[in-house]
Design a protein around this ligand. Structure first.
Ligand SMILES: Nc1ncnc2c1ncn2[C@@H]1O[C@H](COP(=O)(O)OP(=O)(O)OP(=O)(O)O)[C@@H](O)[C@H]1O
Length: 628
C-alpha cells in the first residue's frame, strides 16, 4: 500500500479551508431537513438574545438600591424577578432549539455514513486493493461523526457569536469609546488565536494520518491473530504498533505546546482587556470632575454592567479560542474522507441500457478477443493478461487451468467486470459487439457472477450470511436457502432447516474448518448466481477433500443447468466433468478445447497434466507411508 493511500489530505482538500467549507457541506447534507436546521438556528439565537438582558436587569436592580436605599427594595425586586424570567424564557427557546439541532445532527451522520459507504461500494476493486480497509473505515467514521458533531455544536457557535456581538453593542451603548476599545482588543486577540490554530490544523492532519496508520496496523494484527500466535509475531507486531503510536505523539506533542501557548496568550490578553475596559469606563465617567461641577457619581450598577459585559466578551474570547480549536479538528476530520469523495468512480458512469440489459438466459455466447489488462500496482512491465482470447458458450462447463501466477484469478475478475480491461473486444449473440472496456465491464457485471477464491463470511448467523447476496433480480428468497445448502454440501455438517440456518458464524468464520467455510461461501455464491448466464468460480473447492469436491461440482452443474460455468481448478482429476479446458500460461490463453483434444494437441496442457500426476503420486505415497 502506498503512502498516499494513507495520507489524509488530498491536494484539493488541502487547498480548501475556512469556515465556509463545513457550513457548505452542512447545508448540502441537510437537504430535506433545512427547515429544522434553520428553526434550530432561530430558536438558539433568540435564546441567546434573551439572555443578553440579564446583566442589564441585574445592573438596574443595583442602581435602584444605590440611588434609593431601602425604599427601592420593591423596585429592585422587580428587576431581579426579570432576571429569573429572562433565564426561564431563554430555555423556552433553547430547549426545543437543541432538540431540533441534535436530530438534524443524527440525520447528517446517517447520510454521510450512508453516502460514503455507497460511494466506497461503487469504487473499482483496484481502488480497494490499493487502500487499506482499516484506513478507509477510519476515514468514513471520522468524517461522518465530524460533521455530525459540527452540526450539534451550532448552539455553542451561535451563543458565542451572540455573546460576542451583544456585549460589544451593550458596551457601545453604555459608552462608545469603551465599545470601540473592546472591538480593537477582541480583533487583536482573535487574530492571534487564528494564527495558533492554523498551525494546529496542520498538526491535526498529520495526527490523523498517523492515527490511521496505527489503526491499520492494529486491524492487521487482530485480523490475522492465528498467524500472530503461530509465527510468534507478538513482539514484532507490538513493536510495530508502538512505533505507529509514537508517530501520532510527535505532532500531538507540538500541538500540546502550541495549545498551552495559545491559552496563555488568550487568558492574559482577555483579562487585561476586561480590566482595561472597566478602568476606561470609570475614567471616562469621572474625568470631567472639577471644583465647579463637583464629584461625579459613579453608578455601581452601570459599573457592574460594564464589568459583566466586558467579562462576558472576554469569556467569549476564550470560548472562541476553544471553539476554533474544535472547529479546526472537525474540519480536518471531515476532510479526511475527501480521498473517498474524490476517488474516480469508473464503474457505472456511462450506463447504457442496451449494454446493461441482462441477456437471455439460454442462448448467450461470448467471444472475448485480445484482452489486455495490467494491475495498477503491477511489479512488471508485462501486462498481467496479455492478449487473452477465448469463447464461452451458454450451458457449457469450462475448466480454467494454469500454473500459479498465470493470470486465472485476474481473468475471472475481468470477466466478472470487477476489473476494467485496458483493451478488449467482445462479440455476443444477444447484444451489440463491445470494444469499449468500460462498456464491457458493465455488461459483464450485469450478466456474470463470480464466486471468489477467499471464503469471506461475516459475523452473524448462517441465514444472515446467505442473505448477504443478490441475483440481478434482487435478494434470494428464504425458501432457496436449503437448496443452496444441499448444492454446496453445507448440509453435510449443518441441517438445511430453520435450526441450521440459525447457526452462528463468528468473525471470519473462525468457528468452521476451512472446507466448511468454503462451502458456506459457495452456497451463498450459488444463490447469487441463480439468474446469471455466466458463472465464474475461482478455485471454490481447493479446501475440500477430492470426494466432496466432486460431489459439489456435480451438484453445481445440476443446479445451474443453463448457465455457462467457468471454474479455475487445481486438481485435474476433475477435468472429465468439464466440456472444455482453457489453459493459461503467463497471462495468455494458450489452448482451449475438450481435454482429450488438448491432450493430443497442446504441449502446455500435457505439461500441466504431467505435473499434476506427479504431485498426485507424491501425495498418494505420502498418505500410504503415513497409513503404514
Ligand atoms: N492486486 C494486484 N496488484 C498487482 N499485481 C497483482 C495483483 N493481483 C495479482 N497480481 C499479479 O498478477 C499475476 C496473476 O495473478 P493471478 O492471481 O491472476 O494468478 P493465478 O493464476 O490466479 O494464480 P494462483 O493459481 O496462484 O491463484 C501474478 O503475477 C500476481 O502477482
Amino acid at each position: 500500500m502506498s503512502e498516499s493511500s494513507i495520507s489524509g489530505m488530498p491536494a484539493a482538500a488541502a487547498k480548501r479551508g475556512g469556515v465556509f467549507y463545513l457550513y457548505k457541506h452542512l447545508w448540502e447534507q441537510s437537504h430535506g431537513r433545512r427547515a429544522h436546521l434553520m428553526g434550530a438556528v432561530v430558536l438558539l439565537l433568540t435564546a441567546q438574545c434573551v439572555l443578553l438582558s440579564v446583566p442589564y436587569f441585574a445592573g438596574r436592580a443595583i442602581n435602584v438600591l444605590q440611588a434609593s436605599g431601602a425604599s427601592g427594595i420593591g423596585q429592585a425586586g422587580v428587576w431581579l424577578a426579570l432576571v429569573v424570567v429572562a433565564t426561564a424564557l431563554s430555555w423556552v427557546f433553547h430547549g426545543p432549539g437543541r432538540l431540533l439541532e441534535r436530530n438534524v445532527a443524527l440525520e447528517i451522520r446517517r447520510r454521510i455514513s450512508g453516502g460514503l459507504l455507497q460511494r466506497l461500494l461503487s469504487l473499482p476493486l483496484s481502488w480497494h486493493e490499493t487502500n487499506h480497509s482499516g484506513v478507509t473505515a477510519h476515514r468514513l467514521q471520522q468524517s461522518s461523526s465530524a460533521l455530525s458533531s459540527f452540526t450539534q455544536s451550532q448552539f455553542i457557535y451561535l451563543s458565542s457569536a451572540v455573546r460576542l456581538v451583544g456585549p460589544i453593542v451593550a458596551l457601545w451603548l453604555l459608552q462608545p469609546y469603551v465599545g470601540l476599545s473592546a472591538i480593537v482588543g477582541f480583533v487583536l486577540i482573535c487574530v492571534s488565536v487564528i494564527g495558533f490554530d492554523r498551525a494546529m490544523i496542520r498538526l491535526a492532519h498529520r495526527e490523523n494520518d498517523a492515527e490511521r496508520r496505527y489503526s491499520a496496523a492494529l486491524l492487521d494484527a487482530l485480523g490475522n491473530i492465528t498467524s500472530v500466535f503461530a509465527l510468534r509475531q507478538a513482539r514484532a507486531i507490538t513493536d510495530l504498533i508502538q512505533r505507529r503510536l509514537e508517530a501520532i505523539f510527535a505532532p500531538m506533542r507540538r500541538s500540546i505546546v502550541l495549545n498551552e501557548a495559545k491559552w496563555c496568550t488568550v487568558d492574559i490578553c482577555s483579562k487585561v482587556l476586561s480590566c482595561s475596559l472597566v478602568a476606561l469606563f470609570a475614567w471616562l465617567a469621572v474625568r470631567h470632575t472639577d471644583a465647579s461641577v463637583g464629584q461625579k457619581t459613579l453608578m455601581l450598577g452601570s459599573l457592574y454592567m460594564v464589568w459583566e459585559y466586558a467579562s462576558q466578551a472576554a469569556g467569549v474570547i476564550s470560548t472562541f479560542a476553544s471553539n476554533f480549536q474544535n472547529f479546526a479538528r472537525q474540519h480536518a476530520d471531515y476532510g479526511s474522507a475527501d480521498t473517498i469523495r474524490e476517488a474516480p468512480v469508473k464503474a457505472g458512469d456511462t450506463l447504457d441500457p442496451e449494454v446493461l440489459r441482462p441477456s437471455s438466459p439460454d442462448s448467450e455466447y461470448y467471444m472475448v478477443r485480445d484482452l489486455v489488462f495490467s494491475h495498477p500496482g503491477a511489479r512488471t512491465e508485462r501486462p498481467t493478461l496479455n492478449g487473452v482470447s477465448l469463447s464461452l458458450q451458454q450451458g457449457r462447463r469450462y475448466a480454467l487451468i494454469g500454473g500459479s501466477g498465470s493470470g486465472k484469478s485476474t481473468l475471472l475478475r475481468v470477466l466478472a467486470g470487477l476489473y476494467e480491461a485496458d483493451r478488449v473486444a467482445i462479440d455476443r449473440r444477444n447484444g451489440p459487439a463491445l470494444v469499449a472496456p468500460s462498456a464491457a465491464a458493465q455488461m459483464f457485471r450485469a450478466n456474470v457472477t463470480l464466486v471468489p477464491q477467499d471464503a469471506e463470511v461475516l459475523e452473524g448467523t448462517l441465514a444472515e450470511n446467505l442473505a448477504l447476496c443478490a441475483t440481478h433480480a434482487g435478494a434470494p428468497a428464504d425458501a432457496q436457502y436449503s437448496e443452496a445448502m444441499n448444492t454446496a454440501c453445507v448440509s453435510d455438517f449443518i441441517p438445511a432447516d430453520a435450526n441450521g440456518l440459525n447457526t452462528a458464524v463468528v468473525e471470519r468464520g473462525a468457528n468452521w474448518s476451512g472446507g466448511q467455510r468454503a462451502r458456506i461461501a459457495l452456497a451463498r455464491g450459488v444463490l447469487a448466481a441463480a439468474d446469471s448466464n455466466l458463472v465464474l468460480f475461482d478455485e471454490p473447492t481447493a479446501a475440500l477433500d477430492s470426494r466432496t469436491e466432486a460431489r459439489v461440482y456435480d451438484n453445481i452443474f445440476a443446479a445451474l443447468p443453463n448457465s455457462c460455468i467457468v471454474s479455475s481448478i487445481h486438481r485435474l482429476h476433475l477435468l472429465d466433468r468439464f466440456d472444455e479446458v482453457i489453459v493459461m500460461h503467463e497471462g495468455r490463453v494458450v489452448a482451449q478445447g475438450p481435454a482429450a483434444l488438448l491432450a493430443a494437441t497442446s504441449p502446455d496442457f500435457r505439461q500441466l497434466l504431467a505435473m499434476y500426476r506427479q504431485e498426485d503420486r507424491a501425495a498418494q505415497s505420502q498418505d500410504d507411508s503415513a497409513a503404514a
